[in-house]
Design a protein around this ligand. Structure first.
Ligand code: SF4
Ligand code: SF4
Length: 360
């Protein structure tokens, strides 16, 4: 009997489609073959190719969480005033390209009249990047997109102009595990108390060994509570990171009073002029106060104004602070420097993301 070989199994690719197929044809034609680019005005990029082709790209701020009404409105503008091609930048800005310079101003007017600002290029405060939040994720402690909308309303002037010493990249993150990375300024959730366990649910909902393994400081132990298998937390060890909540929602750590916001400053992914930098905590315990988050916005505006006044041209926020020093930063911004700014926890060196117990 002939040997029957099993057909090889291939993974079903269901990720993002290849973006090249959606590029403007002029971009595709000249891909990797550009001579130079400049910015005729804030919010407009102009690229010239070696072939002689030119293309203008208008960058537009959005509220990111777009509903069908907004998508239709924007697509109608793009079809009518541009060439029908659009892409989203990593910060949820729209980028719409045209090959005729005469189309640029009518396109800008159409977006502006519809309430969508044009800007976010060069030394502006570009759109705040934010993590998925309640729309796609099961562990947020706040509404990151709401914080972004409230703050960008206050930063509109800085989005449509290029008056900062260098570009400013702000990020938000809705849990402390933080898939949002870090930025020149980052607004991140801050848990301030250990999780409260709903023991009735643990046995049915959680895989206890996974939860125990997830804790970076080994603060969780299996326990029998009211005759049922459950968990207990050593609150002296707990660093209130929230890592146990995703695998075990009954370990409730979010709380309207104790979930706060914290502002971190000076982070940078790129190494354009200096090497990448980690951001550092500058303001903690800020009320998580929807729908406009005025306290957090005040801190961010204060930092931006101080940076704008005091930094030299082309210094990113981290470069500026490195030059003047952190004590001077706190003097200039008048942010209080408290004992909470110092990581004096005895086990910090061996925990945090250095632990092999963290498995994402
Ligand atoms: S920051 Fe945390 S809660 Fe927000 S989307 Fe990322 S993993 Fe989810
Ligand atoms: S995972 Fe984090 S929040 Fe949960 S018990 Fe451990 S240290 Fe505390």
């Amino acid at each position: 009997m002939a040997e029957v070989k099993a057909a090889p199994k291939y993974p079903i690719e269901s990720g993002c489609p290849d973006g090249m197929q959606y590029l403007h044809p002029t971009m595709l034609k000249n891909f990797g073959n550009w001579k130079y680019h400049d910015r005729p005005r804030p919010g407009v990029l102009h690229h010239v190719a070696h072939s002689g082709d030119e293309i203008w790209t208008v960058r537009v701020g959005t509220q990111r969480q777009l509903g069908p009404y907004e998508i239709n409105l924007l697509c109608d503008i793009i079809d009518k005033y541009a060439d029908g091609f659009v892409r989203f930048s990593i910060r949820s800005n729209l980028e719409v390209s045209v090959t005729e310079e005469t189309k640029v101003e009518p396109l800008i007017k159409a977006f502006t009249d519809a309430g969508y600002p044009v800007g976010g290029t060069g030394n502006s405060v570009t759109m705040i990047s934010h993590t998925q939040g309640w729309l796609h994720c099961d562990i947020p402690g706040t509404d990151a997109s709401g914080v972004v909308k409230a703050m960008m309303d206050e930063l509109h002037k800085e989005f449509i102009s290029e008056q900062m010493p260098n570009r400013v990249h702000i990020t938000t993150s809705c849990c402390q595990i933080n898939c949002g990375g870090q930025g020149d300024i980052a607004i991140n959730i801050q848990h301030t108390k250990p999780p409260k366990i709903n023991h009735d649910l643990v046995a049915n909902v959680c895989e206890r060994p996974s939860v125990v393994a997830r804790c970076p400081v080994a603060a969780i132990r299996p326990a029998i509570v009211n005759g049922k298998p459950s968990l207990e937390v050593d609150e002296k060890k707990c660093i209130c990171c929230g890592a146990c909540f995703p695998p075990c929602p009954p370990m409730q750590i979010n709380d309207p009073d104790h979930s706060k916001l914290a502002v971190w400053v000076g982070g940078k992914h790129s190494n354009a002029r200096s090497k990448p930098m980690f951001h550092k905590l500058v303001a903690a315990g800020i009320p998580n106060n929807p729908p406009r988050w005025p306290e957090a916005t005040k801190v961010v505006l204060n930092i931006l104004e101080t940076y704008k006044k005091d930094a030299k041209d082309w210094e990113r926020i981290g470069d500026w602070i490195e030059r003047i020093g952190w004590p001077r930063f706190f003097e200039l911004t008048e942010l209080p420097f408290t004992k909470y700014h110092i990581d004096n926890w005895h086990g910090a060196r061996n925990s945090l993301n250095a632990s092999t117990h963290i498995r994402f």
